[in-house]
Design a protein around this ligand. Sequence first.
Ligand code: HEM
Ligand code: HEM
Length: 248
Amino acid sequence: MTAMGTQSIKVRDVFGANGGAPVEYRRVYVWEMPVRAYHWINAIALTLLCVTGYMIGRPVRMAYAAEAYRQYWFGWVRFIHFAAAYVYVFNFAARIYWGFVGNKYAKWNNFFPLTKQQREEIADVIKTDVLQVKMHGSISTGHNSLAAFIYFLTFLAFVAQSITGFALYSSMSTSWLPRMFVWVVPLLGGEMGVRYWHHLLLWFFVVFIVVHIYLSFYHDYIEGRGTVSSIIGGWKFEREKQKTGNRQ
Ligand code: HEM
Ligand code: HEM
């Protein structure tokens, strides 16, 4: 922990669990700048990819007065898809690198439930967030173990979407990166098969984004320690005497 991460401040306990008296909170620097930059570049690129991808898969019929050869709007939709695709792939590669050199909250081992404590925390979060049979679950400073494992599944979907995307792109580009994925097309039963999987994964991302944003706000409200602002400024707040489930 850096000196920056040990500053103490007094914050009013929103739930009044301390009889309304101020409670000691510690400010912890959790998400470093590269993690935050990755998060927002990824969020923007992925949103553009979902919107333009949907339009490619289900083009709207538009009646224009102009001659067809004078229109290029669909070309722009495809251009945005391909440009965002490159940003998204290299941004993700940078996050993988940061998983090896970043702080303990960014490290790759957070994403796998390798320890007994992580597995217990997954069961605890399911009881609290999903089944709602428990009022207060354990609180982790970084990702909770269930969230981290879901991010791991999302990272697998990132890889699958990049492979199928570049496989589709290989028939229209001579560049080295798409050409590396030519072999995927016969493997998935031709272009139609690749397009099918590429399209199906769109809906995985749509569901992930909706649930993810909902849960970010939910945890921010329930825990009252700056979950949403942490992915903007990097800081979270930890109650001095309540460091349960903090495996870090
Ligand atoms: C992860 C985010 C992505 C999403 C949600 C997404 C979504 C989509 C969707 C829904 C389609 C239309 C498929 C159809 O029904 O025909 C599509 C087409 C396509 N995507 Fe993606 N895609 C993503 C990433 C990528 C990446 C990384 C590449 C790599 C270059 C890529 C390249 C392509 C290509 C080449 C097409 C076909 C364009 C055409 O035929 O005009 N996509 N994408
Ligand atoms: C397209 C939209 C989004 C995508 C694809 C996305 C994806 C992700 C991913 C992959 C992570 C893990 C970060 C890492 O360790 O590298 C993450 C973390 C996080 N995201 Fe998002 N995000 C999106 C939008 C948002 C929005 C709009 C908010 C805020 C309202 C948000 C709040 C957070 C927070 C607070 C974390 C840290 C969560 C934790 O403590 O486990 N995200 N997001």
